[in-house]
Design a binder for this molecule. Structure first.
Ligand code: ADP
Ligand code: MG
Length: 602
């Protein structure tokens, strides 16, 4: 083929791909435009996860009648003019690409009236071409509607995820921006139902209530005015007793822009060093401010990645600010704060005793990992042992037919329990050697096989909670939970909607009856957040693995001889006793021959 210039149409469709990847990126660009226009109210209405329609209405500056068409041209912006200004970007937008890109791949209706203008303008575009323009009456501000997104880019359309996924990404984005702009009143609806709204009170804590619910919002610790050199750090971080299974709830804003930065995220995690259990992450909303020229936001068209001139300095500022906040969190300080309901609650960050309080977030890790010390929802029998002492509950009787054993050939021999090391490993003696068993991994395996057997028989025992437990979730997580309701029901959960983004847990699988239901649900959601849209069977398995993990004895728990015996007997009956459901080994075997070699006897 000869070399030719692309048609303007095709060139802009290609360029659009960089900025608008999916409905959530359209929402991002349009919300950023509204914020740049100084809006104090932003209403976002979504139909079918944004495939059908995205409408954003703001009460910002509006666009002058004579500039309305220009706004949709590529590289048209009112935000910068010179290269020098590129060095110190103070607006969220500046590339002049979004409206051009969005209009190239959709049908747009814009109604806008600038401050002091007599009337508004309605402009309609189709695939970037102006179809109509008329003068209309309109309130000050801008309403932009995007319909039929990607209707002329079938390749893009094909790659869109489910409506649920797109909704979730939009929710995630809007809630994050609401946290950073607490003085702006946000309202987000999906198919006519309010999914999320804020009051615009200017208080981040009020937005935290809207996103995470009152319980978590109350516990979040505010980073006081922290300044190091010309870097300012502010925000809210969770006390170490409140944590999540992944880092998705660590949110970072730099000069008012939501950015993703592995380094600073790590600084936040580092600040909790030794205070959080391994594999657990904080909830943190951190706002960093620094001189504009010290950060380059012009790295990527979507502007979510930035480059810092002095990244080491920022790392340590953030780490210190967060660390100081969590370390300073003492009962006295809370008492003086005087605004929380739970004033008498001892609050701290080290293994303190909080037995009297039943809510998940009140429990320290030690207590969560030790069900016997947890007072829970009142339906628990605290005196019962951690390990199910009934070995018969292991694999089914028919599994022990000689034929079964032959085909698997992988079972463990009978063992005699000798003792426990480090409250984590059980030493067992077998016919020709010694076994070191990881109690957590082994128990996970046992619970997993029991659970899978029950699942196949469709008889998962479910435990009703005496009083239901209410959980409030951020909208994106609420969508995720709603999407998996059917699976959760099959697995023994009974969960009902309980107001916007809130749920009432009525029953849980019996194996986790001793655990805090809120935490079980949070952990399941966190697992689902990792990896993208797996197959439905995989989702089922993921949830089952999480349930079994939660139901298992933890490392560091002292077991009675009786409990160790029961655990080892149950492991002996497992079909795949050598690994936990996540693939880690459950035991290490040292043969007599190996021991002899080690001691130089052989
Ligand atoms: P950028 O935001 O990078 O300038 P956009 O393509 O997003 O580029 O927008 C182009 C221009 O249109 C903006 O610079 C701004 O002047 C105007 N504009 C877009 N959205 C709005 C809005 N909601 N309110 C007021 N002006 C707007
Ligand atoms: Mg913009």
């Amino acid at each position: 083929m000869p070399i030719r210039l692309l048609s303007e149409q095709l060139a802009s469709q290609i360029a659009a791909g960089e900025v608008v990847e999916r409905p959530a990126s359209v929402v991002k660009e349009l919300v950023e435009n509204a914020l740049d226009a100084g809006a104090t109210t932003i209403n976002i209405d979504i139909s079918a996860g944004g495939r059908k329609k995205i409408q954003i209405a703001d009460n910002g500056s509006g666009i002058f009648a004579e500039e309305v068409e220009t706004a949709f041209l590529r590289h048209a912006t009112s935000k910068i003019e010179t290269a020098a200004e590129l060095e110190a970007i103070h607006t969220l937008g500046f590339r002049g690409e979004a409206l051009a890109a969005i209009s190239a791949v959709s049908q747009v209706t814009l109604v806008t009236r600038a401050r002091d203008a007599q009337a508004g303008i309605r402009l309609m575009l189709d695939g970037g071409n102006v179809k109509s323009r008329e003068t209309v009456g309109a309130p000050q501000g801008t309403v932009i509607s995007i319909e039929q997104l990607f209707y002329n880019v079938p390749a893009r359309l094909k790659f869109l995820k489910t409506v649920g996924t797109e909704k979730r990404l939009i929710d995630e984005f809007v809630t994050k921006y609401a946290l950073a702009y607490p003085h702006v009143r946000f309202r987000l609806t999906h198919d006519g139902r309010i999914s999320f709204q804020t009051t615009g009170s200017g208080e981040v804590r009020d937005v935290l209530v809207a996103v995470y619910g009152a319980d978590i919002a109350r516990e979040m610790l505010e980073i006081g005015e922290y300044e190091r050199g010309d870097v300012q750090v502010a925000g809210f971080v969770a006390p170490p007793s409140l944590h999540r299974a992944n880092r998705n709830q660590i949110v970072l804003f730099v000069n008012g822009r939501w950015v993703k930065d592995k380094n600073i995220t790590y600084a936040i995690i580092q600040a909790y060093h030794t205070l959080l259990p391994v594999g657990r992450y904080p909830i943190a909303i951190v706002f960093v401010r620094m001189p504009l020229e010290q950060v380059d936001v012009n790295v990527h068209p979507t502007k979510t990645e930035v480059r810092f001139r002095h990244s080491g300095h920022i790392f340590s500022a953030v780490q210190r600010a967060v660390r100081e906040t969590i370390v300073a969190d003492s009962p006295i300080r809370h008492f003086r704060a005087g605004q929380f309901e739970s004033l008498t609650r001892p609050q701290g960050w080290q293994g303190h005793q909080e037995q009297a309080f039943g809510r998940s977030s009140d429990l320290s890790w030690d207590q969560l990992s030790d069900p016997s010390s947890w007072s829970g929802q009142g339906q628990l029998d605290l005196s019962s042992p951690i390990i199910d002492l009934e070995p018969g509950l292991g694999a089914q009787a028919e599994d022990f037919s000689p034929e079964y054993i032959e085909t698997e050939g992988d079972r463990l021999p009978m063992m005699r329990v000798i003792g426990q090391v480090g409250s984590s490993y059980i030493i067992g003696e077998g016919p020709d050697g010694m076994y070191l068993i990881d109690q957590h991994a082994a128990h996970e395996r046992i619970q997993f096989e029991k659970f899978m057997d029950a699942f196949e028989r469709q008889e998962i025992p479910s435990q009703r909670l005496v009083a239901g437990t209410a959980v409030h979730l951020p909208p994106d997580q609420a969508t995720r939970l709603t999407d998996q309701m059917a699976v959760l029901e099959k697995l023994g959960f009974e969960i009902e909607p309980f107001g916007p983004n809130a749920f009432m847990i009525r029953a849980v699988p019996a194996v986790v009856a001793r655990q805090d239901p809120t935490r079980v649900i949070n952990d399941i959601i966190a697992d689902l957040e990792v990896g993208n849209a797996p197959l439905q069977e995989k989702i089922e398995e993921k949830i089952i693995r999480r349930v079994c993990k939660t139901a298992s004895v933890k490392a560091g728990q002292t077991l009675s001889k009786q409990e160790m015996d029961a655990l080892v007997q149950q492991l002996e009956r497992c079909r795949n006793p050598h690994t936990c459901p996540h693939g880690r080994p459950t035991l290490i075997y040292l043969s007599v021959a190996q021991l002899e070699r080690e001691f130089g006897r052989a």
